[in-house]
Design a protein around this ligand. Structure first.
Ligand SMILES: [Zn+2]
Length: 88
């Protein structure tokens, strides 16, 4: 909340473009810079990237090393566990 980043509204479109294998390296670098300048965009990027890594793995075309994939999955698990922690 409260960020003035006008790219946030476009963040998902940029992510799709960035993760599209048809995007040029120059355009991808531009998008990465825009994302890195905004914590909110960067957070969306990380989530999208993690989700796609898992989806790609299902299709057998993942390039992420096993250790990286494990740490992504572990961090997702940690987040969801802490979000649903029972407050008894
Ligand atoms: Zn943003």
């Amino acid at each position: 909340m409260g960020t003035d980043c006008n790219k946030c509204a476009d963040a998902h479109r940029m992510l799709c473009e960035l993760l599209d294998s048809g995007t040029t390296p120059q355009r991808a670098a531009e998008i990465r810079e825009a994302i890195a300048a905004c914590p909110e965009c960067f957070s969306r990027y990380e989530n999208e990237l993690a989700a796609r890594t898992i989806v790609q793995d299902c299709c057998g075309s993942a390039h992420a090393p096993d250790r990286l994939r494990d740490s992504i999955i572990a961090s997702i698990t940690t987040v969801s566990v802490s979000e649903v922690r029972y407050r008894g």
